[in-house]
Design a binder for this molecule. Sequence first.
Ligand SMILES: [Zn+2]
Length: 140
Amino acid sequence: MLFRECPRCRSGDEMVIHALRNCPKAQSVLVVGGFNNRLFTKEYEFCIDWLEDSMRLFDRKAFEDFTTILWNIWNDRNNAILGGVPRDCKWEKPSEGVAKVNVDASVKENRVGLGIILRDSYGFVLCGRAIFIDKAANSK
Ligand SMILES: [Zn+2]
């Protein structure tokens, strides 16, 4: 979660749900990317709830495209805030003709979210995937 004013639209607290969904900049990118207002009909407090509902709304390919666009929105936001200057860790592009996979995960109570992204030697996102695991549901 992020809690400060959104640097792009200057609206209230910038939480992840704002950065990826509610910010007018993010909504413009999603609409141009072909993701219409079915994504914007319901209010969400947490981004993970919106992502889970989106998984039910789209088929696999559309959801992969959706997560790729979200990744690009997040990178664009970070570049706007940081002026393209990386913080502590620096992602390095793979060699020409090679793709690189990055993985990140988060855990909250019994739910696990896993994000996977594939980028080419220019840093362009080729595809992405998000996986959610509910440990409580899996233990029954
Ligand atoms: Zn904003």
